[in-house]
Structures are given as C-alpha cells and as structure tokens.
Design a protein around this ligand. Structure first.
Ligand code: ADP
Length: 468
C-alpha cells in the first residue's frame, strides 16, 4: 500500500511523526504512515514554486488533455480506489464507487470549462482586457468524510487555473488521496501537484507558509478560524468550506413515500458525515406522523456492518471522536425529553457503529437541534406556521444549506428566498453540482467553490488598459 509523500513529482519517505490509519469497521490498524517533517513541507513548497514558473504558461489544451487522462486512469483503477476509501473511511463500497466515479466526472467537467478573458470598453472608449492569472502555489487541506472527492474539489480548480498545489489529507484517511496524487503525477510535470502527510501541525506548517498564495480548506469551523488567523501576515486568500446545520422544511402537500426515501438519503448520506447533509428536519404537523413512520421504516431496514461486506447498506462512523460525540448528543436529547423512535441497536463487536437514529419531541435549545451532529442521528421537529418555521430555520450560526419539500414550487421558492444559507434545494438536498457555486454563510465558510465563480477564486485579476 502506497503511503509516500509526493515531493517534486517523486515519491518520498516521510521523516516525521508516524501515525496509524485505522479501519473504522473494526478499529484495527490498516497501516502506519510516516508523516512529513516541517523541513519536508518547506522543501515541497520550494519545489512547487519552481514548478509554477513553467506551469503557469501551460496551454489550456495541454492542461485539459492531462485532466482527461487522469480521469480515465481513475476510472480504470476505480475498484482499487473504492476499496481504499471503504477501508479507511468506512462507507459502504457502493457509495465509495460513487465517490470515485463522481470524482472522475467532476474532473472531466472542469476540463471542459473555459477560463474567460473579458474585454470591456470604459466610458471614454478605452479598451480594457481583464485576465485571470494564476496565484502561484496553493495549499489544500482536506477532511476525512469524502477524502477522495474533496481532494478532487480542491486540486483540479487550482490546477486548471495553472497554479501548483500541495495537499495534506486528513491523518484519518490519507490512503485514497495518496493514490489520487500518484495517478496525477503520472501525467503532470514534476512539482505541480504534491502531497505531504501528517496531522494538524503539518497542516498548519503548510497553510501558514509565506510562499503559499492561497489556502483551500474543508473541515471544522474551529480549524478554519485558525487557518484564517494565520493568513493575515502574508494576506493569503482563503477559501473555507466549514460545517453546517442544514435545515429541511417539509410542507403538508408532499408524496410521503418518495419524499421519505429522499430525506433519509440526504440526512444519512455517508452516515450523516457530509457538510451539506440535512441535519434538522421541520415537518408540518398535518403529515408529521405519516412521514416519521415512513422514515422509521427506512431507518430500521438498514443493514449495518462493514462497508466491504456486499450486504451492508450502512457503515460505521469514521472515528472514535465522532462516535462519542454522536452518542453524547443522542443521550443528551433523551435526557431532555427526546424520544428515539428507531430501534437502538447495540453492537457487541468492535467498530464505530451507530444505527440510523431519529429523535422526536425535541426543539431549539437542545444540542442535537442547535449543533452540527455530523453523524447518523436526525432530530425531527413539528411546525404549523410557515413564517415561524423560517425564523426558526434561520436562527443558527450556520448557513451552509437548506431544503424545502413541496409540490407547490412557488411556495417552496418563497421559503427558499428567505433562508439564510449559500445553497437551497427544492425537493432534494445535498446533491451538489460542479456547475453551481457552493459556499457557506455565517460560520459555515468564507468564499466559494465550484462553477466558474469558484474556479476564478484561484486567480488574480489583471486588467490591461490599452490606449492607442
Ligand atoms: P477533525 O477534527 O474532524 O479532523 P479538522 O477540521 O480539524 O476536523 O480537520 C480537517 C483537516 O485539517 C485535517 O486534514 C487536519 O489534519 C487539518 N488540521 C487540523 N488542525 C489544523 C491546523 N491548525 N492548521 C491546518 N490544518 C489543520
């Protein structure tokens, strides 16, 4: 199993702290990994800076050609990559396969984007050309929930805009990212895409380095704030995709069976460990019982187990910290009068298993409703008045996403227009698109990813004024 760093296009042995990567389905060590030292991080950035001098002048067709080859290799090796994702992350193999294929499609989409050059005429008639120039070397720091996909979300917009990039994956899930960077380095020039491994201290050494022009980060609000605070001295640009507490508002005119399936799928996507998963469900009182009964049926029917087992539909959560946090939130909600309406399965064997859990008789003021659970438990709250539910939906520090569920699209749009968050879905949730900008308001983030808007945040604008 490859656990090398990638420095200047070559595999390198980490000389820093050794850490274990565990399989969350059985808590056994998959492999121990030698992390980078700060000196290796510095060397990686130095080499990337050298590489950027050539890379910034690459032709668009060359870059797009590289991307197409990388996506093809990913598809060819998808079985091996999906296996690595399940092993280190825990999700069922089918979902890991989706992560790999969707990642390849995302790369192909970016390959087809065109970076615009805008020509404008000012009031005096002067012509001005506005170019999007590369920033230099970008640092990417990725989390453990969708390790392969999020690495693609970070790396390819930066590379497309002709930056060099250095990634540090989560210490919990580095293996599929090592494989990704190995594939990328088959095709790209040396030093354009590099990889360092390690814990938060290595992430910090990378992100605060003065030669890093931009940091793209997906993870917790706390770590995002730390990265932002370290960006001040060198005025780095920062994109932060942080946590959320996405609301779902269900009106009384829905088709219960099909909506229940979709709501379950988006609230428990990746065992609930998805930034833009549905995390608080508000259901109109007229359909509350029918919808919750259907959700209970779906939750109780899940086959919980090792993601590598073909019968498994629901895997473990990724790590012990998250396992304890989710169990604490459930226990706290029960202590405050919450009712668990799903079967609370006990798991004897090792592994971080929590059955998908639905909790009713809860409301604002209880941590399970107010905080981000990032795991397989969903609070369900009854409402009767639309204006009141909009207020309650917005009464949060987070602003990543939200959804409205109704057959009445005009009414759903009326509600969507009033939600204070970066993305609102009508009759779906968490199905992200490479074509549309995505970013959080309030404590959910800073800046944007995806679409042309997200891509261009990896560039400097340069205006050239032409006087004849
Ligand atoms: P979690 O605690 O759930 O792992 P984090 O937001 O801390 O969530 O982790 C996301 C990524 O940020 C990981 O790759 C982690 O190693 C990295 N990281 C943690 N602390 C820091 C830091 N101070 N500076 C930069 N990166 C960090």
């Amino acid at each position: 199993m490859n656990t090398a760093l990638y420095i200047n296009g070559e595999k390198a042995q980490g000389l820093g702290e050794r850490f274990s990567v565990l399989n969350p389905a059985n808590e056994k060590e998959i492999i121990s990994v030698d992390g980078a030292t700060v000196e290796q991080v510095n060397q990686t950035i130095q080499d990337a800076l050298t590489a950027s001098k050539q890379w910034k002048n690459s032709s668009d067709s060359n870059v797009n050609g590289f991307f197409t080859k990388i996506a093809a290799d990913i598809r060819k090796e998808s079985d091996e990559i999906a296996h690595l994702i399940t092993l280190e992350q825990g999700k069922p193999l089918g979902l890991a396969e989706f992560e790999v294929q969707a990642g390849a499609s995302w790369i192909e989409y970016i390959a087809n984007l065109e970076i615009p050059v805008e020509t404008i005429e000012d009031p005096s008639g002067k012509k001005i050309k506005v170019f999007n120039r590369p920033l230099g070397v970008v640092a990417s720091i990725t989390p453990w929930n969708w390790p392969f996909m999020i690495a693609i979300w970070h790396l390819f917009p930066a590379l497309k805009t002709k930056n060099c990039i250095v990634n540090k994956p989560s210490e919990y899930t580095p293996l599929s990212t090592v494989k990704l960077v190995e594939i990328i380095n088959r095709h790209l020039p040396k030093g354009v895409c590099s990889l360092v491994l390690g814990k938060g201290d290595i992430g910090q050494a990378l992100s605060e380095h003065p030669d890093i022009a931009k940091v793209t980060f997906t993870g917790s609000t706390r770590t995002g704030q730390s990265i932002l605070s370290h960006s001040v001295n060198t005025l780095k640009s920062v994109v932060l995709e942080l946590g959320g507490n996405d609301v779902g508002i269900v009106l009384d005119d829905i088709d219960i069976d099909s909506v229940a399936e979709k709501i379950f799928g988006s609230a428990f996507l990746n065992m609930g460990q998805t930034c833009a998963a549905l995390k608080r469900l508000y259901v109109h009182e007229k359909i509350f019982d029918k919808l919750t009964n259907k959700l209970v049926e779906i939750a109780n029917a899940q086959v919980i187990g090792d993601g590598l087992d073909s019968s498994t539909t629901f895997g473990p959560v990724q790590n012990k910290m998250q396992y304890h946090k989710v169990n604490m939130l459930i226990d706290d909600a029960i202590a405050q009068g919450g009712q668990v309406i799903t079967i609370r399965k006990q798991f004897k064997e090792s592994g971080y298993f929590i059955a998908p859990t639905l909790v009713t008789d809860v409301q604002e003021g209880i941590a399970l409703v107010d905080e981000e659970q990032f795991g397989p438990v969903l609070p369900i709250v009854k409402f009767s008045d639309i204006d009141d539910v909009i207020k309650r939906a917005n009464n949060t520090q987070f602003g990543l996403g939200g959804s409205v569920w109704s057959k009445d699209i005009a009414k759903a749009e009326y509600i969507a227009n009033q939600l204070e968050c970066g993305t609102v879905w009508i009759n779906s949730h968490s199905d992200l698109s490479p074509a549309a900008v995505f970013g959080g308001w309030k404590l959910s983030g800073l800046g944007y990813s995806f679409g042309l808007d997200g891509l261009l945040l990896f560039t400097h604008k340069q205006a050239i004024h032409i006087t004849q």
